[in-house]
Design a protein around this ligand. Structure first.
Ligand SMILES: [Zn+2]
Length: 162
């Protein structure tokens, strides 16, 4: 679906997913210590054999639009749940598990680091869905109530820094 953008007046196609390639905690590790301290792939991250993270998809519904705005974000997991997920990655019959949102970005001006979440596992090679705890944080409100397509594109432009 094409959309004439209220931000930049250009015509856009589908919304991009806004993804983070690592949790903030791993991004803060200095380059010269990274290899020794961080294990990281596209879905899993362990720092110092002590802090465990998984990557999931946080979806924000858009009013009158089939496509959601999707954020590829990392959430922390306690070790026991991280290992349960590792051993049962192909089944949806685990969880949901608590985690802290582990990426820092601004959503409608409010920082997102350490919001409470639940990871809902989907199995079958799909990333878990991240559900925010119900609060008055704008990201939590947006996940419950949805946003307009204009707002979604505004957020995309903020994320892309233009
Ligand atoms: Zn635009």
């Amino acid at each position: 679906m094409t959309y004439t953008c209220a931000c930049c007046d250009e015509v856009h196609d589908d919304l991009p997913d806004l993804s983070f390639d690592r949790p903030s905690y791993a991004a803060d590790v200095p380059d010269d210590e990274f290899e020794a301290r961080v294990k990281l792939n596209e879905d899993l991250c362990v720092v110092d054999d002590e802090f465990y993270f998984i990557r999931g998809v946080l979806k924000i519904p858009i009013h009158e639009n089939e496509q959601d705005l999707g954020f590829g974000v990392w959430v922390s997991q306690k070790k026991e749940n991280f290992e349960t997920n590792l051993e049962n990655y192909d089944t949806p019959d685990i969880g949901p598990f608590f985690g802290w949102l582990s990426n820092e970005f601004k959503f409608k001006g409010e920082p997102t680091l350490s919001l409470k979440t639940m990871a809902h596992f989907q199995g079958y090679g799909q990333r878990p869905l991240i559900e925010l705890d119900e609060s008055d944080h704008p990201l939590s409100v947006a996940q419950r109530n949805g946003i307009s397509l204009d707002e979604a594109w505004k957020i995309v432009h903020e994320y892309l820094g233009r």
